[in-house]
Design a protein around this ligand. Structure first.
Ligand SMILES: Cc1cc2nc3c(=O)[nH]c(=O)nc-3n(C[C@H](O)[C@H](O)[C@H](O)COP(=O)(O)OP(=O)(O)OC[C@H]3O[C@@H](n4cnc5c(N)ncnc54)[C@H](O)[C@@H]3O)c2cc1C
Length: 431
């Protein structure tokens, strides 16, 4: 069997590309080796959060012009600004079909509260996150409550509160900290510390304990009408759960991301996978591509861990294997490589230049900008210096941008993947 499009890697980029190809009737498969960055993310999609001086960007679409002017190798220079807009409209539409509303703040960035209690600019957030203008909400309430679940070790409300207090918006607010007990605990022999966000989210999903949880929230929040909980109030039915809890408590309830696994990210991942599969896409999970064969500047086939020597073939291939974090790029002692096709990589070989000595440096670390080099159509260059026409690259495997210092990870993943799909669809239709 020969696919129209075979996507290697099933993160935000791979799924966006797959959905666009499958919705255009292409016979599309995604081979995905495991968890992706969404499982570790805030579940918000950043487009451009900071300029090169580290200042916060208010209107990201206006700023993209500057970004492209300052860095013509940036992936956004290849997608074009209308391409970024179109891709985000496409993906928010797909999320909406799957029941997730991703909101922006009148085309402006908004702040969301991170697990550490810092405020991070982002463009699209789930409605259960503190995603309207934080300043408005903070201004109109003198008291906020930050609650945790008894025994839950992956969230530290004291730290959230201490960092919020450092922010001018919150410095005069009364912050109430409290623990609530999940009634399910009464029926289990497990140690409370064993529960991770995913276990707690599953308990919430049952909706059985909501009235008692609502009572606990009312008791613990000390009269505050704004209450945060760590983000695990359900995976699929979190909207219903949140509105029921708000109704039962009479309080505004929002979620703060906790340590991984990120339920906010998992919701996005599940929604995209459903969308892809419902469109007829083939999602091959838990499988890894181990090699790719290139002949006459074309990918001939790939092999996978489980297929042994049996080649998997497609007319077009898309590499969305992510950065170092997901195995899309590999670091040797003094060299950087792309492990599947041996593609040309842009980076620095001298290890001492990969990172900044200050871990939290606002400029982030140079290695985050390393990645595969492509032409303006996202076709990469092989080790022998030739462009590979039936292979496209998208997402964080790309070079030319730094997702952390720019706050651009999600936007680059979605827009580059969307563009690759557009090119493949065009080529298949012209064939
Ligand atoms: C910890 C973390 C948190 C982040 N948080 C945010 C955030 O909150 N907001 C934001 O906008 N951006 C965030 N980002 C930036 C992130 O890079 C992008 O948002 C985006 O999710 C990247 O998607 P991707 O599909 O390119 O790569 P990934 O999500 O990394 O997915 C790559 C996939 O490819 C698979 N894979 C790798 N090699 C193979 C192989 N050989 N065969 C088969 N499969 C393979 C991996 O298993 C993985 O599933 C975060 C990044 C990280 C690392």
């Amino acid at each position: 069997m020969i696919y129209d499009c075979l996507i290697i890697g099933g993160g935000l980029a791979g799924l966006t590309c797959g959905i666009r190809c499958a919705s255009n009737g292409l016979h599309t498969a995604i081979i995905s080796g495991g968890m992706n960055s969404l499982h570790f993310s805030s579940g918000s999609i950043d487009i451009a959060g900071y300029n090169t001086k580290g200042e916060i960007i208010k209107k990201p679409f206006d700023y993209l012009k500057t970004m492209i002017k300052e860095n013509s190798a940036h992936p956004y220079a290849k997608t074009g600004i209308p391409g970024v807009r179109e891709s985000l409209n496409f993906i928010t539409g797909k999320f909406m079909e799957e029941g997730i509303n991703l909101n922006h703040n009148n085309d402006m960035n908004h702040f969301h509260v991170t697990t550490l209690g810092t405020l991070k600019p982002t463009f699209l957030s789930q409605e259960s996150v503190f995603n309207t203008d934080v300043a408005d909400i903070a201004n109109s309430h003198n008291k906020i409550a930050i609650l945790n679940f008894k025994g839950f070790r992956d969230y530290y409300p004291e730290q959230t509160a201490a960092n919020l207090k450092k922010n001018s918006m919150f410095k005069d607010k009364e912050i109430i900290l409290g623990d609530i007990s999940l009634p399910y605990y009464l029926n289990t022999e497990k140690n409370l510390h064993e529960f991770r966000s995913i276990d707690l989210a599953r308990i919430f999903e049952t909706e059985r304990y909501l009235p008692r949880i609502a009572e606990e929230i009312k008791k613990a929040s000390g009269g505050a009408s704004i209450v945060s909980l760590p983000a695990f109030i359900g995976i699929r039915n979190y909207k219903t759960i949140r509105s029921k809890l708000q109704e039962m408590t009479g309080k505004f309830i929002y979620e703060i991301p906790s340590l991984p696994p990120s339920i906010l990210g998992l919701r996005l991942d599940n929604a995209l996978k459903n969308s892809f599969i419902n469109l007829g896409g083939e999602y091959i999970a838990g499988e890894r591509v181990v090699s790719g064969s290139i002949k006459n500047n074309q990918v001939e086939f790939v092999t996978t861990r489980n297929s042994g020597n049996i080649p998997v073939q497609s007319k077009f291939y898309v590499l969305t294997t992510g950065s170092f974090f997901s195995g899309g790029l590999a670091a040797g002692f003094d060299n950087i490589s792309e492990p599947l096709f041996g593609l040309k990589v842009k980076g620095e070989n001298k290890r001492s230049k990969w990172y900044n000595s200050n871990f939290f440096d606002r400029k982030s670390h140079p290695f985050l900008g390393f990645g595969v080099e492509t032409d303006s159509k996202f076709n990469p260059v092989s080790g022998s210096g030739k462009t590979i026409k039936n292979l496209f690259c998208a997402g964080s495997v790309l070079s030319g941008y730094n997702p952390v210092s720019e706050g651009s990870g999600g936007g680059v993943a979605v827009s580059t993947a969307f563009k690759c799909a557009e090119r493949i669809i065009k080529e298949i239709k012209n064939d």
